[in-house]
Design a protein around this ligand. Structure first.
Ligand code: 5AD
Ligand code: SF4
Length: 435
């Protein structure tokens, strides 16, 4: 979602005459788009600001902007004002569309000789802003927001506080955007939302449109050949959606289904609203609908009160599901969340030791799963040449596996067939199969 916000900001700036620079030192305007989900990102953010201070002093024309969900937290903005008052523009996720105005106001104030930093945070989103431009990272694939915010309040998570309550875009607007993307050469869309399963849009006639209904509509658009989505909450995944994996060829056979933990006790204290058995049942149904489906997940290690026994249940679950890949996170205490107040926080060394065991288990399975692709021919949407070697290209399979392959010609943006020669832990390697 942050990546897409960055694409939108780049798009807005391009419309008023700016262009993207590859290297930070070449830019006249720097925008730091922050994430508040885990503490590491906070630390990196303030570290980056610290490094920029001297450059800002030396270069009076430089404009430093900071934005993203960290700015929706008052204590962060207070810290910026106290410790980094030289930051020129601060704005939040709810008023991202205001960037060109804020930039203009700042330039005006500089021209008038009164250096006036801009601070503008909106506590609430004022409806949904449609029609914002986007400078896509890839020509052939696009990220498309279908909803914003989250109502789930998992006890560890800051998102409901920074991104607000769920708001769904209208299906009409989403389809209009995707039709325009298809005209512009996009072949694959990734539908974005904190919990896409609870998408609830409304047609102009007042009729409701749920997530499966939205996918069916998108699948009708000529030119769009692949549809993906992220992220889907296990408690809300509908049988109708699962059936689409069987019936809708454009829906990629791939799902990211964050489990977070394998122990019912932990899941309960996380406020996840499902049990381990309910989760495993969803996995069973998904594999029944699409035997080849690739499955990834998110797991948090060291949630307050997690015992060795609880952790073993997470390991067991990983071995039972056999994920294609998984994002693993050390639990990170977030200010204002219920879990911050839980008094049985886990010691760092225990957390790290469990984390290492989990990553080992996940990597072993990923490597085995990827090895099984050796010899297979996969249809790959080519994203572009590798920076290191001009004859190596990268693309993704329907199951979202990253494939690096050699080819004499540039097929960026096209579908090609690649024979997989090597399955590594995090990617596949192969050779182009000439048509
Ligand atoms: N600590 C660790 N991981 C977290 N996530 C969200 N909040 C936290 C936290 N406080 C992880 C969850 C989520 C992913 C996007 O980030 O696994 O699915
Ligand atoms: Fe956070 Fe839970 Fe909402 Fe995901 S579903 S954004 S983890 S509160």
């Amino acid at each position: 979602m942050n990546e897409h916000d960055s694409e939108i900001m780049a798009g807005m700036l391009e419309e008023i005459g700016y262009e993207r620079k590859e290297r930070r030192q070449d830019a006249e305007v720097l925008i730091i788009n922050t994430c508040s989900v885990r503490e590491n990102a906070d630390k990196r953010f303030f570290g980056t600001l610290g490094q920029l201070k001297h450059r800002h002093e030396d270069d009076p024309d430089l404009i430093v902007c900071v934005c993203g969900c960290m700015m929706q937290q008052k204590h962060v903005v207070d810290t910026i004002d106290q410790k980094y008052p030289w930051v020129d523009i601060v704005f939040g996720t709810n008023n991202m569309h205001r960037l060109p105005h804020l930039l203009n106001d700042l330039l005006q104030s500089r021209e008038n000789g009164e250096e006036k930093p801009e601070r503008e945070i909106w506590d609430k989103a004022e409806g949904i802003i449609e029609g914002l431009p986007s400078e896509r990272l890839f020509r052939c694939k696009a990220l498309v927001n279908i909803m914003y915010g989250c109502n789930n309040f998992c006890t560890y998570c800051i998102v409901p506080y920074t991104r607000g309550r769920e708001r769904s875009r209208s299906p009409e607007e989403i389809l209009k955007e995707i039709c325009a993307l298809a005209e512009d050469g996009v072949r694959e869309v990734m539908l974005l939302g904190q919990n896409v399963n609870s998408y609830s849009g409304e047609w102009p006639c007042g009729r409701k449109c749920d997530f499966a209904g939205l996918i069916r509509e998108i699948a009708e658009i000529d030119g769009i050949e692949r549809i993906r989505f992220m992220t889907s909450h296990p408690k809300d995944i509908s049988d109708d959606l699962i059936s689409l994996f069987r019936t809708c060829p454009k829906l990629c056979k791939n799902i990211h289904l964050p489990v977070q933990a394998g122990s019912d006790d932990v899941l309960k204290r996380m406020n996840r609203h499902y049990t381990r058995d309910m989760y495993l049942e969803e996995i069973r149904k998904l594999r029944e609908a699409a035997p080849d489906i690739t499955i990834s997940t998110d797991i948090i290690v060291g949630f307050p009160g997690e015992t060795e026994e609880d952790f073993q249940k997470t390991l067991d679950l990983v071995n039972e599901v056999r994920y294609d890949s998984a994002f693993t996170f050390l639990y990170s205490k977030r200010r204002g969340t219920p879990a911050e107040k839980y008094d049985d926080q886990i010691a760092d060394e225990v957390m790290h030791e469990r984390f290492d065991r989990l990553v080992d288990a996940i990597d072993t399975i990923s490597a085995e799963k990827n090895k099984a692709y050796e010899g297979r021919v996969e249809r790959v949407l080519v994203e572009g040449p590798s920076k290191r070697d001009k004859r190596t290209y990268a693309g993704r399979t329907d199951g979202f596996k990253l494939v690096n392959f050699t080819a004499d010609e540039d097929h960026t943006g096209e579908f090609v067939n690649v024979r997989i020669t090597k399955g590594r832990t995090f990617s596949l390697e192969g050779d182009l199969v000439e048509e």
